[in-house]
Design a protein around this ligand. Sequence first.
Ligand code: T68
Length: 831
Amino acid sequence: MSLGSDSAKAERMFRLMDGFLKNDSISLQQDILRHVEYTVARSRFNFDDFEAYQALAHSVRDRLIERSHDTQLYFKRKDPKRVYFLSFEYLMGRSLSNSVINLGIRDQYADALSQLGFEFEVLAEQEGDAALGNGGLARLSACQMDSMATLDYPAWGYGLRYEYGLFRQVILDGFQHEQPDFWLNFGNPWETERVHVTYPVKFYGIVEEENLNGEKCNVWIPGEVVEAVAYDNPIPGYGTRNTITLRLWAGKPSDQHDMEAYNTGDYINAVVCRQKAENISSVLYPDDRSFQGKELRLKQQYFFVSASIQDIIRRFKEAHSNFDEFPEKVALQLNDTHPSLAIAEVMRVLVDKEHLAWNKAWDIACKIFSFTIHAVIAEGLEKIPVDLLGSLLPRHLQIIYEINFKFVEELKKRIGLDYNRLSRMSIIEEGAVKSIRMANLAIVCSHTVNGVSKVHSELLKAKLFKDFYELWPQKFQCKTNGVTQRRWIVVSNPSLCALISKWLGTEAWIRDVDLLTGLRAYAADPDLQQEWMMVKKVNKMRLAEYIEAMSGVKVSLDAMFDVQTKRIHEYKRQLLNILGIIHRYDCIKNMEKSQRSKVVPRVCIIGGKAAPGYEIAKKIIKLCHAVAEKINNDTDVGDLLKLVFIPDYNVSVAELVIPGADLSQHISTAGHEASGTGSMKFLMNGCLLLATEDGSTVEIVEEIGADNLFLFGAKIHEVPKLREEESPKMPLQCARVIRMVRDGYFGFKDYFESLCDTVDGGKDFYLLGSDFESYLEAQAAADKAFADPNKWTQMSILSTAGSGRFSSDRTIRDYAEKTWGIEPCRFPSDG
Ligand code: T68
C-alpha cells in the first residue's frame, strides 16, 4: 500500500505512529526492554547477556528498517539507474557495532545500556559472525556494500543465504578439523524474511520447439521447481540516511511441485521433496580457488541468478514497459565468474519470455553486464561440464551455444581462420570433458572486464585473457581493491580512530578518507608518536589476552607482534614464514648467551583456514603447531621467540588481531596474488608490512614509499625464469631448516615428508628456496627498525597516512563512474 494513495488512511497511519523512533537514552532503554519482553519473550526483570544482545539487535534493526524504507521509497520516486551486485559470497562478520556506528548512535546506545546495567562491548561480543564466504573475494563484497551505502549509490546486493557458512576450524593435536557453522541456530536478528518476495526457479526437463504466431520458438519444459524466498539484510551508510539492502535467497519447496506429488497420492515423497528444495542453499562450498563441476554448486549458481534476475526485472517493469530503457536503468555486476549464468538467463528471459529478437536482446545484455575477475591463473577459472549443464539447464546450454556460434562467426571475420586462437577463445572447451568456460562467456558479454590491482589487470591483458585483450582492448580496466575504513578502523580500532580525529581536528576522514594524508605532517611529532605508541600498546594487550585464552601462551608486550593471517595456501607461503621462524629459533639456540640480549623479541602469529581437501595446506597448519610446541616450551628461548596459531580466523577475530599487529606478512610468490586486501587493513592500522612485490603491494609502495615497508623476493617478471632453472636455488640456511623438519626435530617426521618435498624435492614451484635469503634480510631489516621505536612509529604513522587510496570508497566511486554509469541518490536528511 502506498501512503499517498488514500489520504484519510495515510493520515490515520501518521496519527497512530507519530514520527520516527527516538534515540535519546530513555527511548532506547524502553525499546530494548520492549524487545526483551515481546520479541525475545523474556521477563524484563530476568534476562542474560545473550538475550540483552538479541533485544538490542532488534531495536537497532527497527531503526535500520525505517531508513531502509525511506531509501527504497526515495529510489522509487527518483528512479535512478541502479547497480545490482551479484556475488556468490559475502563475509559480513558481525553487524551490531558497525550498524550503530554507521547510524551515528553508538554512544547513545552505550549510555542506555549502562543505565540498564549492561556494557555495550560485552553484548557486542555475543554476536556470531555471518560467514557466508571463503576469503578475500567475500570480504571485499562486504566492504564494497558498506561503501555503496555510504556513498549513496542506488545499489542492491544479491547473494545466497547459506544455512551453513564457512566451516569452523577446530584444532586437535595441531591438526585442523572442520565443524559445520550452523550460524542460524540462535536466529538472525538482522534479517527480514520477505514471505511475499518469492520466485519459482526451474531445473532439468526438456526443450521443445513450438510455433508462436508463425515463428519457431524454443520452450523449456522444466522437470523441477524450487521456490526462492528473499531475506533482506539492511546495510546502513555512514553519515547518510541511506540504507541499502543485501538480498539473500533461500530455497523453499514450491507449491507447484507439491501439487503434482499430492495428485499422484505420493504424500511421503512430497514431504521428502520439500526437504530437497531447502538443500539448495544449505551449504557454502569451502574451496576458495578451484572449481569442481559439482551439480549442487551449479544448482546454487542458477538458483541465485534466476531469482535475482526475476527480482530485477520485476522492479524494472514496475516503472517501465520498454526494454530499450533497460540499460539506462540497470547495471549488473558479476563478482567473478560464479554468477555468470546470469548472462544466459537474461537472454532466456528477454528472448523466450519477453519475445525480443535475439540481436536486440544481445545488444541489451552487452550493455548491462560488467565483470570482475579475482583469479590469476588459468587453472583457477571455472569450467562447467557441458553434460552437467545440459541436463540441469537444457535451454541455457542452447543459448550459450548460440552465443558462442555468433561470437565465433564474428571472430572469424576479425581474425580469420586462426584455429588455435579460435579454439582458445571459444566459450566451449573441446577436450576429454567438454566444458563451458565461464570466464569467456562473461568476457564476451560484458562491456567491461576489471582486474583487482594494477599488476593483476596487466597480467590479465598479457597472459590470461591476452586473446580477448587484443580483440577488445577497451574492455579491460583496473579497479584496485579497497577496504572500508568504517569497519577496519572505526569499529575495530576505536582508540586509533579517536587519535586520528584528534590530530586531524575532524572526523570527516571517516567519509573522506583522503584526509588521512594530513597525518603525514605530524609523523615526526614526538607527542603524536607517544600517543600512537600507547594506542598500539593497548591493542597489543587486548590481543595478548586473547592469545593466552586461546592457546595458553603468555606473550610479552615488548616483543614485535608479527602476524600472517589469511587462507592457508602454498602460494601465500605460510611455509616460508614457518621456515623463517625455525631459522630464527636455530640462530637463538646457537648464539652465545651474551649475544641474546641483542635479539629483538618476536611473537609470531599465524592464522587461517585450509580447504578441507587441501592436504598440503593442512600439513602447513600441523607444522606450525609442531614448531610452536617446541619453541614455546624451550626455556632457553623464553620471550625472545614465541609462535602461536590463532584458530578459526574470521572477520571478528581479524578485528582483534589487526589493530594489535606491529608487522604483517604478505609474502605470496610474485604474480600469484591478484590483489590481497588483508595488507590494506593492516596498513590502515599502522602496521608495517613485510611483503613481496605482488598484487596491490606494488601500489602500496607507490603510496607510502619503499622506505616504509620491508620488501623482498623475486619480482613478477623474474619468476618464470627462476622456475625454469635446472637445479632450483637452495641456500644453506633453507636446506638446514628443512633438514630439521625431515629429521623429526619437531616430530611427525613421516607426515611432513611430502610437505618438505614441495620445497627441496626438485621443483620448489613457489620459490621458497630462491627467496629465502632475501626474506631473511627483510626480516633483519624489520628487527633493526623495531629496535628504534621512534623511527618505527614514524613509519607506522606514515602507513596509516598513506592508506586512504586503499579504501573501498575509492574503488566503488571508480566503479560507479567508469563501469556502472550510476550516480548518488541521497535521501534528503530534512525529509
Ligand atoms: C581473492 N580471491 C584473491 N577467491 O585471491 C585476492 N574463488 O588476491 C583478492 O584480493 C581477493 O580475491 C579480492 O579481489 C578469492 O578470495 C575466492 O574466495 C573463491 C571462492 C570460490 C571460488 C573461487
